[in-house]
Design a protein around this ligand. Structure first.
Ligand code: PDD
Length: 291
């Protein structure tokens, strides 16, 4: 039976339940993180923890007494071990504003947050990476705090469904002609050997994969420009790719039905994918056994 963590208890995931009065259920009033794990270790656990802390702080959301974000990383490592996940895995963390009578404003002080952590085996989409993926554009109908990782994901759900309906892998949001990010990914272009992506702002999620990749690229002497790109820039770019926890670096070979470059994963993109894979392996080896 897969073991999960809910409100301080280790529980059978199949029967774990939250109240119908949970504010996550009623209002989408909560935040989450998805972290990669390998060999029983979290990949960039500290950065994910920092992002979770920030999402919570900006929404006035506090963990229950005695629970810290670091302690949730320890919970995740324990869940990986208990569930025998020594290979590739994903960890899901969610915190909502707790269970309370339905009023829009925050519940009474002292209402404990609902805290959930689960783990599962993960198969990286390596076969997609070899061929590259297709994307479609979609209007960015989201709010103006896309930098917070909130569970209220309806625009992302609609965008991804549009992609799936059109046989595409990912939807790319466009706001006022500017490409922001994907439904669950960050978006990059390569132009004249330079890597480009949207700057960190309220309009995108500051992806952990994005941040790590930007640092790795610069360390390799590959220039990265964090500047908004218009859809036309993307349409002309010879290489495009996505980044996320579940994709690492994923080449895009078609946008809205038109080939990107020669319709194959680009040279710089492939190099960045290699650099990222090597980094992941070096910090989170498959062969490592959890302590
Ligand atoms: N999504 N942008 C959005 C809107 C996202 O939802 C995500 C991640 C990213 C990439 O962030 P990171 O590199 O930290 O995974 C960018 C997660 C994986 C999800 O919702 O499942």
């Amino acid at each position: 039976m897969p073991l999960a963590y809910l409100n301080g208890q280790y529980v059978d995931r199949a029967t774990a339940a939250v109240s119908v009065d949970d504010r996550g259920f009623l209002f989408g009033d909560g935040v989450y993180e998805v972290t990669r794990a390998r060999g029983g270790r979290l990949f960039e656990g500290e950065r994910h923890a920092a992002r979770l802390r920030r999402s919570m702080a900006d929404l006035g959301l506090a963990l229950p007494q005695g629970v810290t974000v670091e302690s949730l990383n320890d919970v995740a490592v324990k869940l990986l071990a208990e569930n025998g996940l020594a290979g590739e895995a994903l960890v899901y963390f969610q915190v909502t504003r707790g269970v309370a009578p339905r009023t829009h404003q925050f519940p009474a002080a002292g209402t404990p947050a609902t805290v959930y952590v689960s783990v599962g085996a993960f198969t990286p989409p390596d076969s997609y990476r070899t061929r590259g993926v297709t994307c479609v554009t979609y209007p960015d109908i989201r709010w103006l705090r896309c930098d917070l990782k909130v569970v209220n994901l309806l625009p992302n759900v609609l965008a991804k469904q549009e992609a799936v309906t059109k046989g595409a892998y990912e939807a790319i949001f466009v706001r006022d002609g500017v490409v922001t990010e994907g439904a669950s990914t960050n978006v990059f272009a390569v132009v004249d050997g330079e890597v480009r992506t949207h700057p960190k702002s309220n309009l995108i999620l500051p992806g952990i994969t994005r941040d790590v990749l930007v640092e790795l690229a610069r360390a390799e002497g590959i220039a990265v420009r964090e500047e908004p790109m218009r859809l036309e820039d993307l349409q002309r770019a010879p290489e495009l790719f996505l980044t996320s926890t579940m994709n690492d670096v994923m080449p895009i070979v078609s946008l809205d039905g038109r080939p990107v470059g020669d319709g194959r994963p680009g040279r710089v993109t492939n190099r960045l994918a290699e650099i990222f894979a090597a980094h992941l392996e070096s910090v989170c080896s498959m062969r490592a056994v959890p302590a």
